[in-house]
Design a protein around this ligand. Structure first.
Ligand SMILES: Cc1cc2nc3c(=O)[nH]c(=O)nc-3n(C[C@H](O)[C@H](O)[C@H](O)COP(=O)(O)O)c2cc1C
Length: 238
């Protein structure tokens, strides 16, 4: 098949393509921010990394960071092939960091076969990130049920309606399923916890607190769990 293009059209295509290439790529390469808000020293931080996390989390709340509990969750297959996505932190205490999901989703299956994860919080407005690594365990059914029952009904039904991470033919099947569930669980009917849904807890053995600094000389303080249960604290080069 031969497609005839006029000279004007060819010139236009080349110009638009070139401009697009030049502008977007140059623009991306030129995006940079100098971080100047504050610094971080060992004297500033708590000897307990969970307490330190709670202090920074409160600062993120006070600083009006949008969805400060949004975190990147990295998991991997047993062969070590990584995947990452955003989930919401729903609890943190001395035991670890809790989030909820579908146990049969991609992440759910990976965490079941390879129970290790990494979390990253970005609190851009504060020029901070926190990185967490650790072993993962499933919450008890009682713990998951308690949280599930605290969720809005629409979210509860959503958990039932969505076979998370599976291929579906179209959006209508989801909406149809939700309509059926809304009829099944009318106002006064308690929605039970789905077997395939619940929480995971990341039990940290390493946490890094990162504060952006000028000239890319950022502050990085990392806690590592020792055999005796104490935490070492080291400064890392940025
Ligand atoms: C801000 C935000 C919060 C999210 N929170 C959750 C969550 O708490 N749990 C969850 O399963 N998915 C959450 N998601 C959706 C996930 O990013 C992801 O699309 C989904 O869990 C499927 O991931 P998977 O196929 O890798 O298992 C969230 C997405 C965004 C953008």
């Amino acid at each position: 098949m031969v497609i005839y293009l006029s000279k004007e059209l060819i010139v236009r295509l080349i110009t638009v393509g070139l401009l697009h290439y030049l502008n977007v790529d140059a623009y991306i390469a030129d995006l940079r921010q100098n971080y100047t808000l504050t610094g971080l020293t060992k004297a500033d931080i708590d000897s307990d990394p969970i307490k330190q996390f709670q202090v920074w989390f409160q600062k993120a709340l006070d600083g009006d960071v949008i969805e400060p509990n949004a975190m990147t969750l990295a998991t991997a297959t047993p062969e070590g092939k990584p995947t990452a996505r955003i989930v919401l932190l729903k609890g943190v205490d001395a035991q670890g960091f809790v989030f909820y999901t579908n146990y049969e989703s991609q992440k759910g299956q990976q965490l079941t076969t390879n129970p290790y994860a990494a979390l990253v919080f970005l609190w851009k407005k504060l020029e901070r990130q926190v990185r967490i690594e650790g072993k993962v365990e499933q919450l008890s059914t009682a713990e998951s049920a308690k949280y599930f029952q605290s969720r809005p009904k629409a979210s509860q039904l959503g958990a039932w309606a969505s076979a998370q991470s599976r291929v579906i033919p179209n959006r209508q099947v989801l909406e149809q399923k939700l309509t059926e569930l809304q009829e099944q669980y009318s106002d006064d009917v308690i929605v039970p916890l789905p077997e395939h849904w619940g929480g995971f807890r990341v039990i940290p053995n390493r946490l890094e607190f990162w504060q952006g600094r000028p000239s890319r000389l950022h502050d990085r303080l990392v806690y590592d769990l020792q055999d005796d249960g104490s935490w070492s604290i080291d400064r890392l080069a940025p």
